[in-house]
Design a protein around this ligand. Structure first.
Ligand code: ASP
Ligand code: MG
Length: 298
């Protein structure tokens, strides 16, 4: 977990000094058990006092795609025109089944029906995009971003419904309504001024009403309304951009490692957690290639 806590300040949106942005990476959303654990981190007291949980702890949640899903979708986008249709169909089926399984384990009733329909629609659209790419000869940057963005959209919708099922007032809000960008497919940079305005206008009333907005990370809106991605690992950036727009007191990036380490633990067995870093130090590490933070996050 990386806790990005700045100084508390009274900014233009200054009533939000208690606001926390929780960002969950793919590993924190790998399966139904992981999602349950993630939800207990957002509102530890939710079982006892569901209605007041968000009043006591105003929060915005940013979700990455389930672990491995972005890689799988990117590979589908890249190979759509080359790989055998049967091979791609099998991969799409595997992803669909994985999402449906999480829905079945976590949800019941009308919410489950609605989510199942959403999952089917997301993968039907993916099949259409893949078929188009095969005809055209490849999936262009615009199509590729649209393909990949469904990982986060699915995860955020499922997470929001799972939160509601334990009594939390979660509301899905698409990042294309919040994060305005320069429109560069694959590596879009947020436009901070326009993002501030859009995020405050959309999330402000929701937060005032006690709701917990749940937003897909990694994506934003291009000039013509297109869905764009912010570069690999971009959900961290989405979380800090929203924090800035809302004057949040705190951003917690929930990771599958304990924090920023002295080396990549997959390579160096003795890597250890660095307990405190200044923003500048952490930003430098990210800039020089640390995998655990998107370079522009800080
Ligand atoms: N799911 C996206 C990726 O794997 C974004 C993120 O994880 O932050 O790059
Ligand atoms: Mg990811």
């Amino acid at each position: 977990m990386i806790d990005v806590t700045g100084h508390t300040r009274a900014g233009p949106f200054g009533c939000n000094n208690a606001l926390t942005i929780h960002k969950f990476g793919g590993a924190a959303l790998a399966n139904a058990d992981a999602i349950r654990a993630a939800i207990s981190l957002i509102a530890p007291a939710s079982q006892d006092a569901p209605a007041s949980a968000s009043d006591a702890h105003p929060a915005v949640v940013v979700a990455s795609a389930f672990a491995g899903v972005t890689d799988a979708l990117l590979s589908i986008a890249r190979t759509a025109s080359r790989n055998a249709p049967a091979q791609i169909a099998a991969e799409i089926e595997r992803l669909r089944a994985r999402h449906l399984k999480v829905v079945d384990v976590l949800l019941g009733g009308a919410d489950a029906d609605e989510l199942r329909a959403f999952v089917h629609q997301a993968f039907q659209e993916l099949e259409i995009l893949v078929a188009a790419a095969r005809i055209v000869g490849d999936a262009g940057p615009r199509e590729s971003d649209l393909i990949v963005a469904r990982g986060e959209r699915l995860a955020a919708r499922i997470l929001a419904a799972a939160m509601r099922s334990v009594g939390l007032p979660a509301v899905f809000v698409d990042a294309t309504d919040l994060i305005e960008t320069d429109g560069r497919f694959g590596h879009a940079a947020p436009d901070l001024g326009r993002t501030n305005a859009a995020s405050r206008a959309t999330l402000g009333p929701l937060l005032s009403s006690g709701a917990i907005p749940v937003v897909p990370g990694f994506i934003g809106r291009g000039h013509d309304g297109a869905t764009v991605t912010l570069g690999r690992g971009g959900s961290d950036l989405a979380a800090t951009v929203l924090a800035r727009a809302l004057d949040a007191a705190r951003v917690i990036l929930w990771k599958d490692v304990d924090g920023l380490l002295s080396a990549d633990p997959r390579v160096v067995a003795t890597a250890r957690v660095i307990p405190h870093l200044t923003f500048r130090e952490a930003a430098e590490l990210a800039h020089y290639g640390v995998k655990v933070l998107h370079p522009r996050t800080l």
